[in-house]
Design a protein around this ligand. Structure first.
Ligand code: GDP
Length: 445
């Protein structure tokens, strides 16, 4: 997402950085570039106009003119205005005073509602809730079944129409589900409603009827970020027809231009609360406007990266490893395997690298990282015995052949791994003892 926008913005800032002082015409030129970049990214015109006008006005203020680094100040302003457009502060789900909290999902068919219900359930469970997923999409033939599967995967309870009861009445299902949740002490109810291919008055009425029956604490409008300008039109139609309190953007992992993400909050006056960026249950997060702005401006998203790391890395293991390293012991293949396994829990390597600042310029290399290469490396190390992992020097020809067979690779791939690891180990040894890496003859090498 946002690749073109990111490239365009960084070209604009590069142009500005080359200048010590910024004249009015420099700022006007940059504002024009910003405008084109945002329109190309499919951001809605009124949003672009307001954004560019605000940046231009602030950039021309004496405060910027007199600052030590005017270009940096303009970047800060663009960042602040982007955050404002994206909705300012992140907003959390409002929980009902008396449980259950009812969350209703609405949106077009294919927007990702059912997938989202599962992600939300998993996330809610992580927050200590006991969610109940409710299938009120009785329109799409397989929707009930799909939600049931998703609920199982998310480890959540499920409520649907009685089997063999014909199509059933979604309003009745929703009402009974809330009563069931109260009885079984599920504190959050997530109601998945029927989508529609286009804006359809009848189905919109159905969602409104469900809303009136269960009085949701939060109605979330789910929108596919890849549908471009249509997102704004659809959002407006749902706002008028059903009303909603928050927005969920899905498919942010796609390569579309992403203008929807930048327009919907501003146009509807409703916060984006969650973002979905993949088909797996974990590809989901609370939406933070500041982190999103940072990503768009290629300033990275270290906060999300660190939170991800805190979740997957075993604190004790990290401390043990640091101590081991400091006491001059070797970093072994066993340690390497452990680190790799934990790191990979955070997502794909390209996702992890993509969260580092300034990585926009290495996008091609990052996107071409082959995860299968990591799978192969992992398989080779896993085919070694613990003794071999601790001391690769014992790896003679027959052991190497066994590892190649066990991991489905070749002896030359095993040789290559061991050679690269031995070199890396040497380098780490020299760093640990204060020498310069990779410089023979230097102290500590
Ligand atoms: P619904 O009709 O609104 O319930 O939509 P579904 O949940 O059935 O999703 C429609 C399709 O989009 C499915 O193939 C999902 O796997 C896919 N999908 C949902 N969310 C995402 C996402 O964040 N990223 C990607 N790439 N695909 C998604």
């Amino acid at each position: 997402m946002f690749n073109t926008l990111q490239d365009r913005l960084s070209a604009t800032f590069k142009g500005l950085r080359g200048k010590g002082r910024l004249s009015d015409s420099d700022i006007d030129a940059a504002a024009r570039e910003l405008r084109v970049a945002l329109l190309e990214a499919d951001v809605a015109l009124p949003v672009v106009r307001e954004f560019v006008a605000a940046v231009r006005e602030r950039a021309k203020s004496p405060e910027v003119q007199q600052s030590v680094n005017p270009a940096q100040r303009v970047l800060d302003i663009v960042n602040e205005e982007l955050i404002a457009i994206l909705g300012g502060e992140a907003r959390r789900i409002r929980l009902a005073k008396t449980p259950p909290t009812v969350i209703m999902l609405a949106g077009l068919q294919g927007a990702g509602k059912t997938t989202l219900a599962g992600k939300l359930a998993r996330w809610l469970r992580g927050q200590g809730h006991q969610p109940l997923l409710v299938a009120c999409d009785l329109q799409r033939p397989n929707a009930v079944n799909q939600l049931q599967i998703v609920a199982e995967r998310a480890g959540s309870a499920f409520f649907g129409p009685e089997p063999g009861n014909g199509v059933g009445d979604p309003v009745d299902v929703a009402r009974r589900a809330v009563a069931y949740a109260r009885e079984k002490q599920h504190d959050v109810v997530v109601v998945d409603t029927a989508g529609r291919l286009g804006i359809d008055a009848e189905l919109m009425q159905q969602a409104a009827d469900i809303r009136d029956a269960v009085k949701p604490d939060e109605t979330l409008f789910v929108v596919d970020a890849m549908i471009g300008q249509d997102a704004v039109v659809t959002a407006q139609a749902f706002l008028d027809g059903v009303g909603f309190d928050g927005v969920v953007l899905t498919k942010l992992d796609g390569d579309a231009r992403g203008g929807a993400a930048l327009s919907v909050a501003k146009v509807t006056g409703r916060q984006v609360m969650f973002a979905s960026n993949g088909e797996k249950l974990d590809d989901f997060d609370v939406f933070h406007p500041d982190r999103m702005a940072s990503r768009i401006l290629d300033l990275g998203d270290l906060q999300t990266l660190l939170e991800g790391a805190a979740k997957v890395f075993d604190q004790q293991q990290q401390e043990d490893l640091t101590n081991k390293f400091l006491s001059g012991q070797d970093f072994t293949l066993e340690d390497f395997l452990g680190q790799m396994q934990q790191l990979r829990k955070m997502g794909s390597m390209s996702k992890i690298f993509g969260m580092l600042p300034g990585m926009g310029q290495f996008r091609e290399q990052i996107e071409s990282i082959d995860e299968r290469e990591l799978d192969r490396t992992q398989a080779m190390i896993q085919s070694m015995t613990p003794a071999e992992r601790r001391d690769p020097k014992i790896l003679n020809g027959s052991r190497r052949a066994r590892i190649a067979r066990g991991s489905g690779s070749s002896v030359s791939a095993v040789n290559d791994l061991i050679q690269r690891f031995t070199e890396a180990q040497k380098m780490m040894r020299s760093m640990a003892s204060g020498g310069m890496p990779g410089m023979p003859g230097m102290p500590g090498f």
